[in-house]
Design a protein. Structure first.
Length: 192
């Protein structure tokens, strides 16, 4: 769990004591997800958050016609959660699915929140995680408003180099808001 401690300390901007780290470790357990396994399902009220140790996940949602839209990818050394549902305690609207065999440290948000009531560093961590999810969502929305598909693909390549050969092209196309055919054209144009 050392990689999670490093990220937590980076997020909160200071070292945490070994005593506090033991409390944090007690809140999380390691879980392995097979390719295709769901971390969160639509229509449920999930309470778990996770730190991705290794693997790739996608967050997606379905429209009324059953078309899937990829909202985000999560890779190693990031946090993963159906955050809006957890915070609002409302029904989850996103599916979070493992695209590769993956290893996570999974913790119950309510237990983490209880620890935050007595520890300023954990409270700061929860705030930083909220900021992280807010920024990711805002960046995604801004990209659709500000950039053409080719520019969004270049941003994807810059941000997700390590997964471009792992994630199926139709999922990348969905994430970019284009058809797989359009993505093929964009990729061909960039290779020239």
């Amino acid at each position: 769990m050392e990689e999670m401690r490093v990220l937590i300390e980076k997020l909160i901007g200071e070292k945490i004591t070994d005593k506090l780290w033991l409390k944090v470790q007690d809140l999380f357990n390691e879980q392995v997800f097979k390719k295709g396994e769901l971390f969160a399902e639509e229509g449920t009220k999930p309470r778990n958050v996770a730190f991705v140790v290794e693997g790739v996940f996608m967050m997606s949602t379905m429209n009324a016609k059953g078309k899937e839209f990829v909202k985000r990818f999560a890779t190693a050394k990031t946090f993963l959660a159906p955050y809006v549902s957890i915070v609002s305690k409302k029904e989850n609207k996103v599916k979070i699915k493992a695209l590769t065999e993956s290893r996570l440290y999974v913790g119950n948000f309510d237990r983490i929140e209880d620890l935050a009531k007595t520890n300023i560093q954990i409270e700061r961590l929860l705030r930083k995680i909220a900021e992280y999810f807010f920024i990711k969502r805002s960046e995604g929305e801004s990209q659709f408003a500000l950039y053409e598909a080719e520019q969004r693909y270049q941003i994807f390549l810059d941000n997700h180099k390590e997964i471009q050969s792992i994630v199926p092209q139709y999922l990348i196309a969905s994430f970019l808001g284009v058809s797989p055919t359009q993505l093929s054209r964009i990729r061909a144009k960039i290779k020239k």
